[in-house]
Ligand binder design. Sequence first.
Ligand SMILES: Cc1cc2nc3c(=O)[nH]c(=O)nc-3n(C[C@H](O)[C@H](O)[C@H](O)COP(=O)(O)O)c2cc1C
Length: 211
Amino acid sequence: MKKRILIMALLAVGIAAMNAQTMNNNNRKDFGNRRTVITPLPAIMIATYDENDVPDVMMAAWGGQCGPRHISFHLSEHKTTANLRLKKAFTVSFATKETVVESDYFGIVSGNNVPDKVARAGFTVTKSPNVDAPMVNEYPLTLECKVLSMSEDGLVVGEVVNMSAAESILDENGNIDLGKLQPVVFDSAANTYRVVGEVVGQAWGSGKAIK
Ligand SMILES: Cc1cc2nc3c(=O)[nH]c(=O)nc-3n(C[C@H](O)[C@H](O)[C@H](O)COP(=O)(O)O)c2cc1C
């Protein structure tokens, strides 16, 4: 019994010592840069056509708006990247609370292995009237984009030529209501998806309280 208590005490001291070692002088834990957490990361759904006009959709979290009408992603080699090189066009939609299962599926299965990936998810597409890319009918907010550049190390920059939204996500003034869209963000710290939450301030407004 005494031996067991001694071992438990030694373990507790050991764990405390390990934790203490990882705290820096400012009493914060240093993680280095091996698994950087940047938040929020979007759960962007990129839709493209291949040479036979078969639609494909993939999830990308390493991306976002990089100018007034510009969007960029960092992509590894996928069916999507081949399609982007071929068609120089894509659409972007956003994973939502309602579509999280299908959206995650688009991030774990490749159109190279499952050519009818979109149909298997139970989703349907309509060809964009503005670019040579499919629009996923089940996603209520969609940007139609042209590829501006693709670098050798995987950085893709696109220009948005049109944005359209289903009536179901518009507010009474006809603007997009994120509360109705319920987009999800990718939580890279916990490998989960979280719904974009409550309004807590006014941009270019809340700070006036201490100006
Ligand atoms: C949460 C999540 C985020 C992802 N983010 C990216 C990303 O930013 N860049 C990338 O190249 N792949 C990313 N992927 C992986 C692709 O979505 C995945 O490889 C997909 O199967 C590619 O599909 P495709 O071959 O049909 O184009 C992500 C996957 C998940 C689940």
